[in-house]
Design a protein around this ligand. Structure first.
Ligand SMILES: Cc1cc2nc3c(=O)[nH]c(=O)nc-3n(C[C@H](O)[C@H](O)[C@H](O)COP(=O)(O)OP(=O)(O)OC[C@H]3O[C@@H](n4cnc5c(N)ncnc54)[C@H](O)[C@@H]3O)c2cc1C
Length: 493
């Protein structure tokens, strides 16, 4: 049965009233590392004492796709900033490591709490984890209540005309845009609660985060995006690779240092959004779109949403995968994007699409290898957004376009990096290549290569595959997967 997502813990919610006498609530922070605009904090503090808890979960920190040094350094910075903000208000962040089912119950017992609240999540792992935590707490007579979520509109609230949510983005966006932006929940000035021992954050890598972490830094990025007018130029600039006209808020949203409602109110979406800002607001809706998907179709975390493509034939050539990872495929835009990500932990969205397309449709590598590589590198690495982006590009997910629409990495580069400035920045061995060859350096003759200081095959590789041939091969494989699926359906009928 398709249980409405938001009703999963309804029984817990119904049994724990707001109380007038003093109670202690454990607030378990996960992807909501802020105090402003925080429904679960409001719920906890309205009841009395608060214990602020963060759990270092070995199942998450140990998973290979979560071993992402840059993201973990950013996470540590966000947690340190959260601790400082909580300390200003009178409590400290309690850090414990271990299985959340054990740790959260132990902390609730130590605190004498009757309720644990947390901002909800949608990944299959978080759903299993929260069910186990709720069960352990119930055995101790403590309730578990998810309050709010990292999205603007909770999964389950946009059911679509048939009640199954939306598979296509545009109607989703129209429905999403109709939902009013929630009013701000101001943070409490003062918090109090029992003091519990904390392990500290030594389990996370120390060192400068790849971008400044914490609420001041996030607010600064948001304010600058608005003040500079970039939000109003977003519709024109968002795809211009060298312009870098996007908000860079993805890591803040990923960790919940900012809520999407805060972003919405800051750009004026609560009271009549300027037309020039609609493209940015619309882009933000993709976050919710992919989270809603994951809530309804948890199986997408493992494989293709479209069943026909679960049995695709991939080559998974390790040498080609390594060339892609290291930014030496010979397709300059793809290589520039991969190197930007390795160096900074962020990649422009257009480059993400092109790099993903090259891996899947040119190198014929299973998109899940790319998904895992992005998770290990991106500061904003987010299970739902990353999976959604990969399945969209691979044509196995929600993309309304058919699989035979394959990105041409050279044409994409000419269109979105016309001067080659982005490629030159991230692939310095191409810096001296003349504009007309910058996206096809293998077309330079020997004299031009010598003059440009870039000999193909020595300083920069020739393309590792022939795009035209591989495009046809990829299309044939998708067609074949479709035919085999139709056969299986026919045989089963
Ligand atoms: C293959 C692939 C993998 C991706 N992996 C991730 C990921 O792990 N984490 C992640 O946050 N985004 C991911 N994206 C989406 C997008 O590339 C990034 O959100 C964006 O580049 C972040 O930069 P920004 O904050 O400047 O975005 P802006 O363009 O300023 O957008 C504002 C916010 O909207 C959201 N957003 C924008 N585009 C998308 C999108 N296509 N899907 C979902 N949310 C979006 C992000 O939260 C972003 O911060 C992926 C896209 C692709 C094609």
């Amino acid at each position: 049965m398709d249980v409405p997502y938001s009703a999963r813990y309804a029984s817990a919610r119904a049994t724990i009233p707001h109380v007038s006498t003093e109670a202690t609530t454990v607030l378990w922070f996960r992807r909501d590392l802020r105090v402003d605009d925080h429904p679960a904090l409001e719920r906890a503090s309205s009841r009395g004492g608060v214990v602020a808890l963060w759990v270092a979960d070995p199942a998450l920190l140990g998973a290979s796709h979560h071993r992402a040094p840059k993201r973990l350094r950013f996470l540590r910075g966000c947690l340190e900033a959260l601790d400082a903000v909580l300390a200003d208000r009178g409590i400290r962040l309690v850090v414990r490591s271990g299985d959340p089912a054990d740790v959260v119950s132990a902390v609730a017992r130590e605190a004498g709490a009757d309720l644990v609240v947390a901002t909800d999540d949608v990944t299959p792992y978080s759903r299993r984890r929260d069910a186990a935590v709720a069960e352990a707490l119930t055995a101790d007579g403590v309730a578990f209540e998810p309050v709010g979520g990292p999205w603007r509109v909770p999964p389950g609230d946009l059911a679509g005309s048939k009640g199954y949510g939306y598979l296509v983005f545009t109607p989703f966006w129209r429905a999403w845009d109709q939902v009013p932006v929630a009013a701000r929940i101001a943070p409490p000035d003062q918090l109090h609660g029992p003091t519990l021992p904390s392990e500290g954050l030594g389990m996370l890598p120390a060192g400068e985060p790849p971008i400044a972490a914490g609420p001041d830094a996030a607010r600064g990025r948001l304010e600058e995006f608005i003040r500079s007018g970039a939000v109003d130029r977003y519709g024109d600039d968002r795809d211009v690779l060298a312009e870098d006209g996007t908000s860079h808020l993805s890591a803040d949203l990923r960790m919940g240092v900012l809520s999407p409602a805060q972003v919405g109110r800051a750009i004026g979406a609560a009271d009549g959004l300027r037309a020039s800002r609609v493209p940015f607001w619309r882009q933000l809706a993709w976050r919710d779109f992919y989270a809603h998907h994951m809530a309804r179709h948890p199986e997408i975390a493992e494989g293709a949403l479209k069943p026909a493509y679960r049995a695709m034939q991939w080559d998974d050539d390790p040498a080609l995968l390594a060339a892609w990872r290291e930014g030496r495929t010979g397709f300059p835009l793809c290589d520039a994007g991969m190197r930007q990500m390795r160096e900074t932990g962020w990649m422009h969205n257009r480059a993400r699409m092109v790099a993903a397309s090259v891996l899947v449709k040119d190198l014929l590598v299973d998109w899940r290898h790319g998904e895992a590589e992005f998770m290990r590198r991106l500061v904003d690495g987010d299970p739902a957004n990353n999976n959604g982006g990969w399945q969209w590009t691979a044509g196995t997910g929600t993309d309304a376009a058919p699989y035979f629409r394959v990105f041409n990495p050279v044409l994409q580069a000419k269109r979105f990096d016309p001067t080659g400035a982005y490629v030159r920045r991230w692939v310095p061995e191409l810096a001296g290549v003349p504009d007309r060859f910058i996206h096809e350096p293998w077309r330079m003759d020997d004299a031009t290569q010598a003059e440009a200081g870039c000999v193909i095959g020595r300083d920069y590789p020739a393309p590792v595959v022939d795009h035209a041939l591989r495009r046809d091969e990829a299309i044939a494989r998708y067609k074949d997967a479709d035919a085999r699926y139709a056969e299986r359906l026919g045989a089963a009928a």
